[in-house]
Design a binder for this molecule. Structure first.
Ligand code: HEC
Ligand code: HEC
Ligand code: HEC
Length: 447
């Protein structure tokens, strides 16, 4: 064998090692951000009250409290556990406490965190903090948010350490994520659209980060490009598609969307019961005009009611008009054992019919007829199972619509039969695959 050929594997190895070293060096270069000098926390009077008020509205739309305030703890004191496929990340204290919070942060440091995901001392932040959305905020809005947070009550709470899979504790790796997925800075308005549409698109994307839950993510946890609003997962719940593939039995209108976003409830639509409840509760503090603008934008993302959607709605309304769901003719074929279907019908009749055959009433004694509930039409059964197990509870401190939890009241076999029967009885969709596994997965851990 000639000399050159024999040496080639070494040459390849050397080139490979060279490339690996260069990549590591590049990552370190990208990961390195200077520490911005701490400032003395500015007095409240340093901030214009009008800017503080504007910042409060923006913080509601961004749901900063949802991730930064522990129920019963200090407002914005951090420590909220966020479960990700890579482990648990705890949110930071963003009160103006000089030690534990962001009291020592200049507006430039705050803007850098929101735009680039870099903390004041220069370390990279995990994208569980949706800076990939906040990066699109305008300078004026970042300034207003800064004024709002610097005028809150300081809290000295320190969040617990994160529990992440190896090697993700090593934050410089995030430079690679940012290189691949972070598209920084404000986005231009779309000239062909109205000012209201553009306002809605801006708020929904840059601040409310709706696609963070309503879009599928890739294996590195970034939203898949080109699949915005195609449906995603949040805290074990399915966040339905909000584009032309919306599975809603009743087609969404701008009015219904505005009502749902501001209150979690719209006529003839299911209530916000899972993670969306917190989003709607937070949006209830936003201005009517801003919520309306987001509704206008979302209605355009969903597109006009196609003949297919109109037919689906007519069928769902027809079915919902029947006085008794159990006595109505099933809409889909099923190869499930007859005994299981009989059990499902019986569970519905015994545990659900007294409220859900009545239709929605001013009190919780009457609730939406289930052929109108989106949970029955989703590609996965999880939302239905979670609602049955956990019930529906109004947000803390609010009165509202309430459904009892059936976890421990109904057995797994009863819940499975119920879900199987409801899907067949009330929709034209195929049976859920892997229903039994989903029933197990949604069971709350033994105390
Ligand atoms: C989906 C959850 C979520 C939302 C919504 C959210 N944050 Fe956070 N935020 C986090 C997490 C988690 C961290 C910690 C990230 C880390 O440790 O790498 C964080 C960190 C931060 C930091 C960096 C703090 C530091 O000490 O480095 C700032 C500033 C911040 N958030 C501001 C905000 C503001 C302002 C809003 C609302 C406009 C907001 N966050 C909304 C989850 C969230
Ligand atoms: C005490 C009355 C009551 C009973 C019993 C009850 N629910 Fe509900 N359910 C409600 C209320 C109230 C809501 C909240 C929204 C509404 O008014 O429709 C709700 C919401 C739901 C939703 C979300 C869609 C919606 O209506 O907003 C589903 C799905 C659901 N229930 C399924 C069931 C199933 C399945 C059973 C039987 C295991 C059941 N419920 C038993 C009162 C009840
Ligand atoms: C934290 C995750 C999360 C965020 C952020 C979020 N959603 Fe949701 N959304 C959900 C989930 C989960 C559901 C399913 C119902 C539930 O939670 O009760 C849902 C339900 C909905 C529905 C009802 C769909 C249907 O067909 O019945 C609409 C409309 C909606 N969201 C719009 C929005 C908009 C607009 C935003 C941004 C302002 C947003 N969501 C932000 C998780 C989220």
């Amino acid at each position: 064998m000639p000399d050159g050929v024999r040496r080639r594997p070494w040459a390849v190895a050397r080139i490979g090692a060279g490339i690996a070293l260069l990549t590591i060096a590049l990552l370190f270069a990208l990961a390195w951000h200077r520490s911005l000098p701490p400032i003395d926390p500015p007095p409240r009077a340093a901030f214009d009250p009008a800017r503080v008020r504007a910042g409060a509205q923006l913080a509601s739309i961004g749901n900063c409290a949802g991730c930064h305030s522990v129920a019963g703890g200090a407002s914005f004191g951090g420590g909220v556990p966020l479960a990700t496929p890579f482990g648990t990340i705890y949110s930071s204290n963003i009160t103006p406490d000089a030690e534990a919070g962001i009291g020592g942060w200049s507006e430039a440091a705050f803007a850098r965190a929101l735009r680039q995901g870099v903390s004041r001392d220069g370390h990279l932040l995990y994208p569980a903090f949706p800076y990939d959305h906040f990066t699109h905020l305008s300078d004026a809005d970042i300034g207003a948010l800064y004024a709002f947070f610097m005028t809150r009550d300081p809290a000295d709470a320190v969040p617990p350490p994160n529990h992440l899979v190896f090697p993700l504790q090593f934050r410089p790796l995030l430079a690679g994520w940012n290189l691949l997925f972070l598209d920084t800075g404000p986005r231009p308005a779309q000239a062909a659209q109205t000012a209201e549409w553009n306002r809605g698109a801006y708020l929904a994307d840059a601040l409310a980060h709706c696609t963070a839950c309503h879009s599928p993510r890739n294996p590195l946890g970034a939203e898949r490009r080109g699949m915005a609003f195609a449906g995603g997962v949040a805290e074990g719940w399915q966040a339905p598609a909000l584009n032309a593939d919306s599975p809603s039995p009743v087609a969404w209108t701008t009015d219904a969307l505005a009502s749902y976003l501001a209150s979690g409830l719209a006529a003839d639509h299911a209530i916000a019961a899972g993670p969306m409840q917190d989003v709607a509760h937070s949006l209830s503090h936003a201005s009517e005009a801003d919520v309306r603008a987001m509704a206008v934008y979302m209605a355009s993302v969903m597109g006009p009611a196609t003949p297919e959607r109109q037919a689906r709605e007519a069928a769902a309304r027809d079915k919902a008009a029947q006085p008794s769901l159990a006595a109505s003719t099933p809409t889909a074929a099923s190869s499930a054992p007859a005994a299981q279907l009989t059990l499902g019908a019986q569970v519905y009749q015994d545990s659900c019919a007294r409220c859900h055959d009545l239709g929605r009433q001013p009190s919780s004694s009457g609730a939406l007829r289930l052929p109108l509930a989106v949970a029955l039409r989703l590609p996965e059964p999880d939302n239905l199972l979670l609602i049955v197990r956990e019930g529906v509870h109004p947000p803390v401190g609010q009165s509202g619509r309430w459904m009892p939890a059936f976890d421990g009241v109904l057995s797994d076999a009863q819940i499975e039969a119920l879900a199987l029967w409801l899907r067949r009885q009330a929709t034209d969709q195929p049976p859920w695959p892997a229903l039994a596994q989903a029933v197990q997965k949604t069971r709350s851990p033994a105390p």
